[in-house]
Design a protein around this ligand. Sequence first.
Ligand code: APR
Length: 245
Amino acid sequence: MVDLIKKAAAALKESKFNVVFTGAGVSVESGIPPFRGATGLWSKYDPKVLDLDYFHDYPDDAWFYIREIFYDFFGKARPNEAHRVIARMEQEGLLKCVITQNIDNLHQEAGSKVVYEFHGNSQILVCPKCGNKIPVGKVDLKTIPPRCNHDGTVLKPDFIFFGEGIPEAAYLNSFEAARNAEVFMIIGTTGEVMPASIVPQEAKRRGALIIEINPEKSLYTNDITDIYLPGKAGEVMTEIEKYLF
Ligand code: APR
């Protein structure tokens, strides 16, 4: 494994355009469970709570679970070593951007500046009617569903529900970065959810070297991955860090 770590670090140092693409696995060492797999959130909660129609038809029920999953539980999570090394790579000029499927804001909290949030962010609530955006810290979630103080409409977390479109800027910036990447590092994702899962495919198609970190194989591993580093994001990234700086 050390040889693979060294090979990955050498490629990242030599490249002029590195991109990191993350999924739920990068936040598991922060205490946030993944969505899929034996301990995944979808084995405990019904994904319908993130269905846009269900949210509009049953806002009380949807918000009960959204609060439990994304605010009561996620809210206490802090960035882990993987988030820290990724932010350091950007600070030291070794990373152009992070494309993340995560909504937990942990890349930003670790210091990453250029973060394309393919599925939005849980830290902001938005009024579907008037567009009013409120930091979740300014909303009392003891009373659910939270309502817009302008027009009383039920507020929605500013992350993507099933059935919702991807934020246009994040979509365009992510594919632009994938097209320009010389090294594209995939960390902690099954690669099962479209259209996010197409971004690494585009990087590969345009000639990027694909490095993947995941304790289990994903849909990418036997397909587009060039250097597969089997392991936990925080552990592997701290190993790579030793050979980067
Ligand atoms: N380090 C790295 N990877 C890990 C770790 C870890 N410590 N622990 C688990 N993983 C890997 C798992 O092996 C799995 O491949 O993280 C991945 C988590 O997969 P998912 O739970 O499917 O998460 P993700 O791929 O990000 O899901 C994509 O699906 O439900 C939607 O919108 C949601 O953004 C999410 C999207």
